[in-house]
Design a protein around this ligand. Structure first.
Ligand SMILES: CC(C)(COP(=O)(O)OP(=O)(O)OC[C@H]1O[C@@H](n2cnc3c(N)ncnc32)[C@H](O)[C@@H]1OP(=O)(O)O)[C@@H](O)C(=O)NCCC(=O)NCCS
Length: 166
């Protein structure tokens, strides 16, 4: 398996993957809008590809904001069901984190399972002073402070615009 940046030719396979992984059309629609948005960051749309060239998983992070400070919103992430539980999701998460760190991004935010994301260092966002877009998300709204994080990065998180159309 290799982990690499998305290429334009991958798009049909990425959409097919997301439609397989998520039974509702919400994530595929969101992904289409994220790809077309101003907040799209090409280096943070990452695929896992098998030796035979099949796309096994995809993850995207897009530009968001904590108050006036740039930040990243991660998601959606999906791995083909036949390849789940084999480390593909972890490899995609680690590549996203490493790329974000190398780019000097200060923090990654996501909404997700408190059983999965803490293994990558995610903590409840409110514990580092970042306020969720929706208070009902509670501890499922998580933050990963990166090397460039500082305590001046505090306040309400705003996702890329397409998240407002969910
Ligand atoms: C979540 C997902 C990306 C993880 O990818 P993966 O390749 O299966 O993950 P890995 O093999 O790296 O890690 C497997 C571990 O994650 C845990 N895990 C996987 N999905 C989980 C979920 N939805 N909730 C909690 N834990 C989960 C497994 O229990 C396993 O834990 P263990 O290591 O303690 O046994 C993948 O399962 C998936 O596509 N799920 C459906 C889509 C989804 O829910 N996406 C997240 C919301 S955007």
């Amino acid at each position: 398996m290799i982990i690499r940046r998305e290429k334009p030719a991958d798009r049909p396979e990425i959409f097919a993957l997301i439609e397989q992984v998520f039974p509702e059309p919400v994530e595929a629609k969101l992904l289409r809008e994220l790809f077309a948005s101003r907040e799209y960051l090409p280096e943070l749309s990452i695929v896992a590809e098998s030796e035979s060239g099949e796309i096994l998983g995809h993850v995207i992070s897009t530009r968001g904001w904590v108050g006036e400070s740039p930040a990243l919103g991660l998601g959606p992430i999906g791995v083909l069901s036949a390849y789940q539980q084999q480390g593909v999701g972890s490899a995609l998460m680690q590549a996203s984190i490493d790329t974000a760190n190398a780019a000097g991004e200060p923090v990654v935010l996501l909404l997700g399972s408190t059983d999965y994301y803490p293994r990558f260092g995610f903590v409840p966002a409110d514990s580092v002073g970042i306020i969720s877009p929706d208070p009902s998300w509670g501890s499922h709204f998580m933050a990963l402070p990166l090397a460039g994080f500082h305590t001046g990065i505090r306040g309400h998180f705003k996702y890329a615009e397409p998240f407002n159309n969910l």
